[in-house]
Ligand binder design. Structure first.
Ligand SMILES: NC(=O)c1ccc[n+]([C@@H]2O[C@H](COP(=O)([O-])OP(=O)(O)OC[C@H]3O[C@@H](n4cnc5c(N)ncnc54)[C@H](OP(=O)(O)O)[C@@H]3O)[C@@H](O)[C@H]2O)c1
Length: 349
């Protein structure tokens, strides 16, 4: 399709094409969103203006952090969703029309224009990837890089460390526990919210020990699982699990703060580390990180991840939700603990 098609409906197969997109219809104040806070609309897909491409999205990522963008929280390294606007998020798709020489039809691209079946934008907003690098295209949306930089950069993981991971059956936690082991951790412990997930951690993901954080004081469960104490805590949650980790941590231990699921899942106030005397006394390090600051490590991680997958050294599980219309409810189900592994939405047919 040439550049003269500007602003006409995209006629990919002869017929005008339409696609669904999801807008934030109302901002929930002090509560989790409900499906009525989202508006799902079918829109015409324009052809590409000069310099643009049209991408048919195949998969998009669901991330609990989206709940904070919906809530309009400030203090995040990305802008909140605006009421009335289409939301955004990581997605992978296929170019179906191009008016820019850098991308051609059939190219597979990653980008941030999720929550819509078709993305139409300047070619520079899309990043071409190898269609065959992973067993599934959706694996590009995994949070392995998050786990990798959290462990190696923020927590400065060392061989022989005992590592504790919260929300360990989730997208980031499942990767963090396995990568810690592959990088030389002596013992890896995970927490999760149900007996089935605890079994999943020790049975399928190879954690040395796991417990349900609902089963009594977390510090007691953690001490049982790590009688020698822990050296690294990969924190996805905050609150009681963070305080327990500080309590059970060895001197000079390191905490990588990846996420705040405790507040994301309730839309309540944050719940932090409590009294800092132990942090001082044990000379602990607590370091927050965002993966966006470490994209220079993506190629290094990608090469290792592909090797681990090929050798069967790592398990990559995902939950696939079918159809954009179900994505808002799936985001709520995700933080309510319904899924394991990485949760993605398959778009279109
Ligand atoms: N720093 C970064 O660059 C970065 C990048 C990506 C994501 N993140 C953040 O990392 C965190 C993990 O993301 P993810 O996509 O891997 O999510 P996930 O772990 O797959 O998220 C869902 C899980 O959260 C758990 N959960 C919900 N409320 C909880 C609570 N009060 N206490 C303990 N667990 C709770 C549930 O597991 P159970 O059934 O076990 O309770 C649920 O299955 C999120 O906070 C996300 O925003 C950070």
């Amino acid at each position: 399709m040439d550049a003269s098609s500007k602003n006409t409906a995209f006629a990919g197969s002869g017929a005008s094409r339409t696609g669904l997109e999801v807008r934030l219809a109302a901002r929930p104040e002090g509560r989790l969103p409900v499906p009525g806070d989202f508006e799902i609309t079918e829109v015409a897909v324009p052809g590409p203006a000069p310099g643009q491409v049209v991408v048919r999205n195949l998969f998009m990522s669901l991330d609990p952090g989206m709940l904070m963008l919906i809530a309009g929280e400030s203090g995040l390294p990305m802008p909140p969703y605006e009421v009335g606007e289409v939301m955004y998020g990581d997605a992978i798709g296929e170019v179906v029309a191009s008016a820019d020489p850098s991308l051609g039809e059939g190219d597979v691209v990653m980008h941030r224009l999720g929550w819509r079946e078709y993305a139409v934008a300047q070619a520079g907003r899309f990043h071409r990837v190898d269609r065959d690098a992973y067993p599934t295209l959706s694996a590009y949306l995994g949070f392995g890089l998050v786990a990798y930089v959290g462990l190696t950069v923020a927590a400065e993981l060392r061989p022989g460390d005992t590592v504790f991971v919260s929300s360990a059956a989730g997208a980031t936690g499942g990767m963090a526990g396995q990568i810690a082991r592959l990088k030389g951790a002596a013992r890896v412990i995970g927490s999760a919210g149900s007996p089935a997930k605890v079994d999943y951690l020790t049975g399928r993901l190879g954690f040395d020990a796991a417990f349900d954080y609902h089963d009594g004081p977390v510090a007691d469960r953690l001490r049982e699982a790590a009688p020698e104490g822990i050296d690294v805590y990969f924190d996805n949650v905050g609150g009681e699990q963070l305080r327990a980790a500080i309590e059970v941590m060895n001197p000079h231990g390191r905490i990588a703060v990846c996420g705040v699921l405790g507040r994301q899942s309730t839309a309540g106030p944050g719940d932090g580390p409590g009294d800092l005397l132990a942090v001082l006394g044990k000379r602990l390090t607590i370091r927050g990180f965002t993966v966006g600051d470490h994209l220079d490590r993506a190629a290094e991680f990608g090469a290792q991840f592909r090797t681990w997958l090929r050798e069967g050294a790592i398990v990559y599980d995902e939950t696939v939700i079918d159809g954009l219309a179900d994505a808002p409810q799936a985001l709520l189900d995700l933080v309510n603990g319904a899924y394991v592994g990485k949760t993605v939405v398959r778009l279109g047919s």
